[in-house]
Design a protein around this ligand. Structure first.
Ligand code: APR
Length: 248
């Protein structure tokens, strides 16, 4: 790799990851297959409130399959490199991920914001109960009901704690990310393994530049928002990230 990225003592590092960072663990990315379909369904249709209202059993089958896949794979050197960087930088580091596979957490990332949710958390689509840990895989025609609703004689369907297409991200997550950018004496923004196709994550690079950030994209292919970055390192995150940082 040509040259490392120097991180001096007053530089804070914000990293955004996407599906490409989990690809080397064996989890398929979203826009790799030209048709981008799952069981002949457009993902946008399944991962949506409308899709859940229309066929909750299909949606639970989709997420149960993704849960089983994510449980069957391991974090890769790209995930571990970001844990090592967090250990060196402490509160000068923050990782925002679009990935819901839980691999950053399993690798040891703690300063982590899962802006699109997590496959292994479930919540009720009706009551305000907190999301809870759930690794269960649901049979093809099973739709879990909410026990808290049932205790009150109500009825509520459980749903994956995932931000679906058309839904808003948690404002607390976005606030934490924007505060990090604003408080950084010097900001380095790195995006890795993301096509820059989905907002607001694809706009983080623009926000970071408003705070004077150096911006670097690490991606196997050109990204939709690639022109917004000062530098593009074309490559696999599992190979690039472990060799990239020179923390002073
Ligand atoms: N290393 C680096 N980049 C890679 C690798 C790799 N090993 N493998 C693939 N890539 C790149 C691809 O070139 C692609 O640009 O990762 C990117 C993955 O892009 P997407 O599949 O669009 O995934 P992502 O950007 O995370 O999608 C964002 O869209 O579907 C929704 O909510 C979902 O979080 C997801 C969001």
């Amino acid at each position: 790799m040509s040259d490392k990225i120097e991180i001096d003592r007053d530089t804070w590092v914000l990293v955004l990851t996407g599906a490409g960072v989990s690809a080397e663990s064996g989890i398929p990315t979203f826009r790799a297959s030209p048709d981008g379909l799952w069981e002949n369904h457009k993902i946008e249709d399944v991962a949506s409130p409308e899709g859940f209202a229309d066929n909750p059993a299909l949606v639970w089958r989709f997420y149960s399959e993704r849960r089983a896949k994510a449980k069957s794979v391991e974090p890769n050197p790209g995930h571990h490199a970001l844990v090592a960087l967090e250990e060196k930088l402490g509160d000068r580091f923050l990782l925002a991920t679009q990935n819901v596979d839980g691999l950053h957490g399993r690798a040891g990332s703690r300063r982590l914001v899962e802006i699109h949710g997590n496959l292994f958390k479930t919540r009720c689509s009706t009551c305000e109960r907190d999301p809870f840990d759930d690794e269960d895989l649901y049979a093809s025609n099973e739709v879990p009901g909410c026990g808290k609703c049932a205790e009150r004689g109500d009825f509520g369907l459980l749903r994956p704690h995932i931000v679906w297409f058309g839904e808003m991200l948690d404002p607390r997550d976005l606030h934490r990310i924007s505060r990090f950018m604003a408080n950084a004496p010097k900001l380095l923004f790195i995006a890795a393994g993301t096509s820059g196709a989905v907002y607001p994550a694809a706009g983080f690079v623009n926000n970071a530049r408003k705070f004077g950030a150096r911006t670097v994209l690490i991606n196997a292919d050109a990204a939709d928002n690639g022109a917004e970055f000062h530098r593009w390192i074309q490559g696999k995150s599992g190979a690039v990230l472990p060799e990239l940082f020179d923390v002073r």
